[in-house]
Write a protein that binds this ligand. Sequence first.
Ligand SMILES: [Zn+2]
Length: 481
Amino acid sequence: MVALGLAGQEKAKDPDLAASGRAAAEIAAHSEAMANLEYLCDSIGPRVTGSQNFDRASRWAAQRFRDYGLQNVRLEPWQISHSWARQSAAARIIEPVSHTIAIVSYGWTRGTGGTVRGRVVYVDASKGDDLAAFRGKLRGAIAILYGAIGFTPPADPLLAPYGQPLEFMNTAKPAMNFRYWTRIYRFLEEEGAAAILMPSDKPNGLLNMFSLGYVNGTGPIREIDKYQIAPLPTAYIAAEDYNLIWRLLQRGSVEIELDIRNQFSDRPVEVNNVSAEIPGTDKADELVILGAHLDSWDLGTGAADDGTGTVAVLEAARAMVKSGAQPRRTIRFLLFAGEEQGLVGSRTYVQAHQHEMSKVSGVLIHDFGTGKVLTIGLERNFEARGAMEPVAEALREFGLVEFSSRPNDGNDDHTSFDEAGVPAFFAIQEPMDYNQVHHSQIDTLDHVHESGVVQGAQVLATWAYHVAQLPGMLPRRPTLH
Ligand SMILES: [Zn+2]
């Protein structure tokens, strides 16, 4: 049941905006979000871009949109150079003690081609010059890259970004960045290291996951390079095992045995973004976009990353059609592939739809798990804050506080639109246990709370409808260059 305050009752008299209240009430009363999420996670499963599961998920989502009465439902194909799937990974310390290690391969890397045994070398290199000291010392070695790690407590999501895009940014070597990581990787490859082990930055044996395919690209990195197979076996190990190896290394040499097996296609594979619409009326050529990513990692089932966003978008779509909403602008619902490889699906989408970008009034992405939406991150677009004042008022009913202008530093698909100059925003959500859950083996239905998903769908529907009804398009952020 949705409580209407005084402002809500006044709005309800406006026949245009009443549909938004009906959609929110429909979500509260008859949400299908959790049933959809259960099917997506349990019956389809993890959805690595390019996998059969992902393909099933994209077809299922398209059918869901059709069932709900959406229009112009389509699969929009693009290609990745290789699909990738893990088979197995096993590791053991063999000297100076025998100890089994919790290990998982990074995405889009090769396996070890059988069991390899090697001594562990801690490559202590926080800047490029430090690497010279390791020349000639790494043949057949198993390289570890970071010292004993600690855990950063989650920051206040309203004040600072959380869920850092790259795990090594909040570990012991803050100087690490993407370009430097690529340099270290190439060095280890040239020097003939057997494998790289990285600590998961999650506690209690939880593992992390990330894609490494892009390091193989040369020159300007094209999106398809992100799906090349990285040649050096690279794996996460549990923080506790990592710390044990670290302590043993302080006392002497350590040897490890590894067997990592991965599978990949030798030819390009087609994947789909999913698109559906509620056509607009008098401003039908202008667009308001709601989005989430349908792909996931595979240690869990991608329930919180980003199953919750996916089903919130589906539920917003369902309820808006049910409410009889006739928005002035076209509302488009997008579910992307390839987010986990670096926003590849949304970037490809923006490129393919370049001609439409000047007609997109605004984009809102839901991709931070199961927590309630606290507010909307405006990505430095201060002018949009004023233009969206009526929208903010409508969202107060769902507990949202004043919009935040903070950027989220390229963490989700809104960035692809932001880079194209489109007003593109992200839902800032209550963190809950997102930092531990996402990408780990516990990203499953067990860690999803219905109340947050329902509120998320209400926020998406309300935001989209009100932005679609505004007199003008949202203002573009002035560019600095
Ligand atoms: Zn995500």
